[in-house]
Design a protein around this ligand. Structure first.
Ligand SMILES: [Zn+2]
Length: 185
């Protein structure tokens, strides 16, 4: 069932078998109230209304991110040929690996919509070809992030502290990277 909240617009309320409590999800697709089984959808509506200010803040923040990503995608240089883009990324991976003593097993360059990179338990590093369109410090950030996973799995405090030392300021680079969406590039 959908209803309208002032200043937010249409909100969808839906039952979920797995949900244990009322919750609100804000995504580019819209605002949704998840209602656990056994509670009424009108209770979901009341809940959303009581959280209207919170929803408005989140919708606004998401709109800002999407806007920034759209603008960044428009101004990022295009990949003229894939071979050059691949070589650029692989060269940088090799250079940073040697510079910091972080060896990896093998590397793959792929085109992905949701991830910039990954590192398998066998230390195979996969990097998104769209990295070639990012400012260099952001491409380096993603590469160093994956290289560090060869030594530290997961994203605990130790990981971020070490990545801070490798990149200068990992947290602000990470925030900066949020302005770019692989799906839009
Ligand atoms: Zn990671």
């Amino acid at each position: 069932v959908t209803f309208t909240i002032e200043g937010v617009g249409r909100v969808l309320a839906e039952h979920s078998i797995r949900a244990e409590r009322l919750s609100i999800r804000v995504s580019p697709a819209g605002v949704k109230v998840v209602v656990p089984r056994g509670r009424s959808l009108s209770r979901g509506k009341e809940f959303a209304e009581s959280k209207a200010a919170w929803i408005r803040r989140h919708v606004h923040r998401m709109d800002c991110i999407v806007q920034a990503q759209t603008a960044a995608a428009r101004s990022a240089p295009a990949i003229k040929d894939r071979k050059t883009a691949r070589e650029k990324i692989l060269r940088r991976l090799q250079a940073l690996s040697e510079l910091h003593g972080l060896p990896y097993e093998r590397a793959m360059i792929r085109s992905q919509k949701t991830r910039w990179g990954s590192c398998s338990i066998r230390n195979a590093i996969s990097l998104n070809i769209k990295l070639a369109r990012l400012p260099e410090e952001l491409m380096d950030y993603v590469i160093l992030h994956e290289l560090l996973h060869t030594k530290i799995r997961g994203h605990g405090r130790k990981f971020w502290d070490r990545l801070d030392r490798l990149t200068g300021d990992a947290r602000s680079l990470r925030r900066e990277l949020m302005n770019y969406s692989p799906a839009l590039l």
